[in-house]
Unconditional design. Structure first.
Length: 118
């Protein structure tokens, strides 16, 4: 591991790389939200309020938010069934994608139901 001389941290480029990922993610999220709000909500796993906010952000706001050294996007494939779908090499790609869509939809519905109960 290389120590960054300026910040005294390991991997000094990590913050810049996170910023690059954040910017790419935010620009894509905004493009999705502007083109098809419902599809963006499904693909990004966000609610209507956040999709509206994304669609209406200025480039300046996006760049400022992306500059954070915290990753703005997160993996939604955080449990075994999600990853197992990709490990099943005997399925056709279209079938794998359909299976993943079903799992993601079910998960999104469970999250909404849990939020409504809280």
């Amino acid at each position: 591991m290389e120590l960054d001389k300026d910040s005294g941290t390991v991997g000094g480029d990590i913050s810049k790389e996170i910023g690059d990922i954040n910017l790419a993610y935010m620009l894509l999220a905004q493009k999705l939200a502007k083109q098809d709000r419902a599809a963006a909500m499904y693909r990004l796993g966000v609610g209507r309020e956040l999709a509206d906010l994304l669609a209406n952000m200025s480039l300046t706001q996006i760049v400022k938010l992306a500059a954070s050294n915290f990753l703005l996007c997160s993996f939604r494939l955080d449990d075994h069934p999600m990853f197992a779908v990709f490990g099943e090499g005997n399925k056709e790609p279209a079938l794998q994608q359909a299976h993943m869509s079903i799992l993601m939809s079910a998960r999104q519905m469970q999250s909404r139901e849990a939020g409504a109960l809280a």
